[in-house]
Design a protein around this ligand. Structure first.
Ligand SMILES: C[S@@+](CC[C@H](N)C(=O)[O-])C[C@H]1O[C@@H](n2cnc3c(N)ncnc32)[C@H](O)[C@@H]1O
Length: 299
């Protein structure tokens, strides 16, 4: 196969990508041209809202073609289009044949949360030192244990477990469950009952599937399945929805129970403290890569 790689300004990304597809590209992918540099931009919208911008300042578009001739033709046709203005050819080169399945699998290693607690893809052996592990493969729903926000929530659960198994028989709500990773971890640490809710059907299905694979009991569904109160409420979403959800989440924490929030950047700590102040006093209890974990115990 041959890969055609083009540096493209923000406004042209959609039309150039569509043109590449029309020119028989087998696949087209778009990445931030400034990734891993000081100019890297986060690109996500808060749930229910459009991102402020729908593309990075500069994107790298990579298109795969079955052979050199098709890739070369596509490049020549694109080069004379008016919408190609500002674009720049970066490379046109052969992609060596690979065992793509093995390559993809090798990119997802087992993730250590604590020395005794691991998230392990199905194609990996469980590390010898793991006393608790979750089997989880990358899929459509967020949460494989590789993101700092997920890891901090998992660490919090592991710490609770270490403190004399304080999760045993505690009710837990995972609000915004994604893959169900937090709910499954809580259940593995003995929590019960465990509810996992999301507004995304794919996440609800992934959670049920992952729970079955891990042989834990939990209930997954839309937020309307939520019970009255829980001893632990976890929500790893983003700062804006977490602000909006403050009354709902706090009202579902039992007296003496814990609220655990993630998806918050360091600079957003005060916003969240203020939003939750009528119910609980949030504190920053963990941080990783600019993300923070905020927790509170309800009086
Ligand atoms: C960052 S992922 C977290 C997944 C997982 N809990 C974890 O920690 O890795 C956030 C999840 O929250 C869900 N979500 C976003 N807004 C929500 C809302 N208002 N109510 C319920 N779920 C929501 C999204 O669909 C997504 O699956």
């Amino acid at each position: 196969m041959f890969a055609l790689t083009i540096l493209c300004p923000q406004d042209n990304v959609d039309i150039v990508s569509e043109a590449l597809e029309a020119l028989d590209a087998l696949s087209v992918s778009v990445e931030d041209a400034d990734a891993q540099t000081a100019d890297e931009q986060a690109l996500f919208g808060e749930p229910g809202m459009e991102p402020e911008r729908l593309a990075w300042n500069r994107s790298v578009i990579s298109a795969l073609f079955p052979d050199q001739q098709k890739a070369h033709q596509a490049q020549q046709i694109l080069a004379v289009q008016d919408f190609y203005a500002g674009c720049q050819l970066q490379s046109l080169q052969e992609v060596p044949d690979q065992d793509w399945v093995t390559l993809t699998q090798s990119q997802f290693a087992a993730v250590e949360i604590t020395p005794e607690f691991w998230i392990v893809p199905s194609w990996h052996d469980i590390p010898a030192q793991a006393k608790v592990s979750i089997e989880l493969d990358p899929g459509m729903a967020f949460g494989t244990g590789t993101h700092p926000t997920t890891r901090m929530c998992l660490r919090w659960l592991a710490q609770q477990n270490q403190a004399q198994h304080t999760l045993r028989n505690q009710s837990v709500l995972d609000y915004g469950c994604g893959s169900g990773i937090l709910a499954i971890a809580a259940a593995k640490f003995g929590a019960a009952p465990v509810d996992a809710v999301d507004i995304d059907e794919a996440a609800i299905a992934a959670t049920a599937n992952n729970a079955e694979k891990n042989q834990v009991a939990l209930r997954s569904g839309m937020p309307d399945i939520i019970a009255d109160t829980y001893q632990v409420v976890l929500a790893n979403i983003l700062a804006n929805p977490l602000q909006v959800l403050a009354p709902l989440l706090c009202n579902h924490v039992a007296a003496g129970g814990h609220l655990v929030l993630a998806g918050i950047l360091e600079r957003q700590a005060d916003l969240l403290k203020t939003a939750y102040a009528p119910w609980v006093q949030l504190e920053v209890t963990d941080s990783e890569d600019g993300w923070i974990l905020m927790t509170a115990k309800k009086a």
